[in-house]
Design a binder for this molecule. Structure first.
Ligand SMILES: C[S@@+](CC[C@H](N)C(=O)[O-])C[C@H]1O[C@@H](n2cnc3c(N)ncnc32)[C@H](O)[C@@H]1O
Length: 230
């Protein structure tokens, strides 16, 4: 599944650079860190969330299983960032090792997002915070099925979008309570979105046809959740 990110690492990093200022503003406003946190970014890719957090916290560790992305993250490193290879579903960090654990646009690329949320809760200290940002599935089952077909046709590494309700169940099951939440809806440009995933040939044509017949798949819903750990 992660080979798609190895192939498209440069594109992922270029998009990250283009969106860095906006993400930094959003994270500052939504996360409101106190400046003294040891923070973790799970599924950091080329470091998007880690670099947004870096000026706002004491230090940030970014974790990802794809070496090609970590190399691009390290090329952008700041004095208080560090990047390490690993799997968010089974992390080697001690219980309570972080004050803030975040993940940005990663849960829907992981077979077992429930394990990532459980691991984030485990490595966050009591009274610490967890930040989850991810694209959401619509609550309506038919709309969710169409979006799932589009996303998996576009990108084989896409597993499944969770609904807002499913995410809340995962949070509650791991003792995480919602402190703040936000829903973002943004149109996306089809060609750029297909390019980002390296979508080509037949599967690209099929994704284009699906989007033509269902324009709603080109409006992404992104949920932001700031959670308090027990
Ligand atoms: C869409 S990218 C998002 C990257 C970055 N967070 C960002 O916002 O640009 C999804 C990321 O999930 C990572 N990923 C996939 N499986 C993972 C796992 N089991 N544990 C941690 N990260 C994983 C991929 O390597 C990739 O970097």
């Amino acid at each position: 599944m992660t080979d798609r990110f190895a192939r498209t690492a440069e594109r992922v990093a270029a998009r990250q650079d283009a969106r860095a200022a906006q993400l930094a503003d959003d994270v500052r406003e939504f996360g409101q860190p106190n400046g003294d946190e040891r923070a973790l970014d799970v599924g950091t890719g080329a470091g998007a969330l880690a670099f947004a957090l870096a000026p706002l916290v004491r230090e940030v560790v970014g974790l990802d299983p794809v070496p090609e992305l970590l190399e691009l993250a390290r090329a952008r490193a700041l004095p208080n960032t560090e990047f390490t290879e690993g799997d968010g579903t089974a992390m080697s960090f001690a219980d309570g090792a972080f004050d803030l654990a975040g993940t940005h646009r990663t849960l829907h690329h992981v077979e077992r997002p429930d394990l990532v949320v459980a691991e984030m809760a485990r490595v966050t200290c009591a009274g610490g915070h967890v930040l989850v940002v991810d694209q959401l599935a619509p609550g309506d089952e038919d709309a969710a099925a169409v979006l799932h077909e589009f996303e998996t046709t576009r990108d084989r590494s896409h597993t499944r979008l969770l609904t807002d309700e499913e995410l809340r169940e995962l949070f509650a099951a791991n003792g995480l309570s919602v402190l703040r939440e936000r829903l973002e809806e943004k149109p996306r440009e089809l060609a750029a979105y297909l390019d980002l995933a390296g979508s080509e040939g037949e599967s690209r044509a099929r994704a284009e046809a699906l989007a033509g017949a269902n324009p709603r798949v080109l409006v992404e819903s992104v949920g932001w959740y700031l959670l308090s750990a027990r």
